[in-house]
Write a protein that binds this ligand. Sequence first.
Ligand code: ADP
Ligand code: MG
Length: 330
Amino acid sequence: MVGNLAVEAISLVKRFGDTVAVDNVSFSVPEGSVMGLLGPNGAGKTTTVRMLTTLSVPTSGTGKVAGHDVVKEPELVRRSMGLTGQAATVDELLTGRENIRLIGRLYGLPLAYLRRAADDLLEQFSLTEAADRIAKTYSGGMRRRLDLAVSLVAAPPVLFLDEPTTGLDPRSRVELWAILQELVRNGTTLLLTTQYLDEADTLADQIVVVDAGRVIASGTPTQLKDESGAARVVLTVSDDADLPRAAELLRRCADEVHVDSASRRLSAPASGLTEMTTIAQVFAESGIAVDDLGLQRPSLDDVFLHLTGHRAESDDGAPAGERGVEEALR
Ligand SMILES: Nc1ncnc2c1ncn2[C@@H]1O[C@H](COP(=O)(O)OP(=O)(O)O)[C@@H](O)[C@H]1O
Ligand SMILES: [Mg+2]
């Protein structure tokens, strides 16, 4: 099965009146891999996921999940996938265990099987102790884990996660990442949306960057960082007195040299290791003592800024995870 595509977006377009929420988006996700759909609030991530999970009909274009067309074969698509939406969808008045069993029953899974599956999932998501408490008493992190457990009860080969960690505290985020990595190790294909660059960097094999409904870049995290060309060579001289001469030397090798006297640090754009090696040689020959010399790769934050001219985290107030269920489920 290696090489098959688990998810394909084919020129997807979604218009709401005058708003083009998704504007000709195409990408593909090989089986067993993780794709991160990365973009700020309003970029069109949820709308894209909703079309691929049959919750919304594309204005034009289509998608495929496990080889099935989302427009022509929605039933088959639904049977191949699980979805965890942006807002928690668990029933607050049911216990964790009951939530899992309920959804399992809706999928038509036999009760004997479900008993065991529920136990296993509760265990896997560290919810065994809380299994018989109503979900209302759960913390945000526990709810997200229960949400995920519920979407996994039918063991779908493809899992869509819409901003799985938005609104979670840092510890819960890292815990959830570990769970997702375990799922992928066991063969699940993941398509997750996120506005967090570190999340895409940590989890995704491929990142598709969207902004205002359009794909503005795609590639592996490393490719995106390399393409942004924002790598810098950074060196620290041992002696303050050498700073002016060091700056002059560096200016001969690169443009836009930046000097920070307080830290005795100089930096300049460098495309890669070759350029850094040249600079290292020049300094070795100059006799200037250097404490430290290295290549600083850009963060995905730098990449996003480079691509869009603005930072990924939007400043429009509440994080998406705190919006109401209705809005998140639109
Ligand atoms: N049901 C809807 N009606 C009108 N506009 C919508 C609807 N759903 C989404 N939008 C608009 O489409 C754009 C993309 O929204 P969305 O897909 O939710 O982005 P994201 O999930 O990346 O934050 C936004 O401008 C949003 O306001
Ligand atoms: Mg969204």
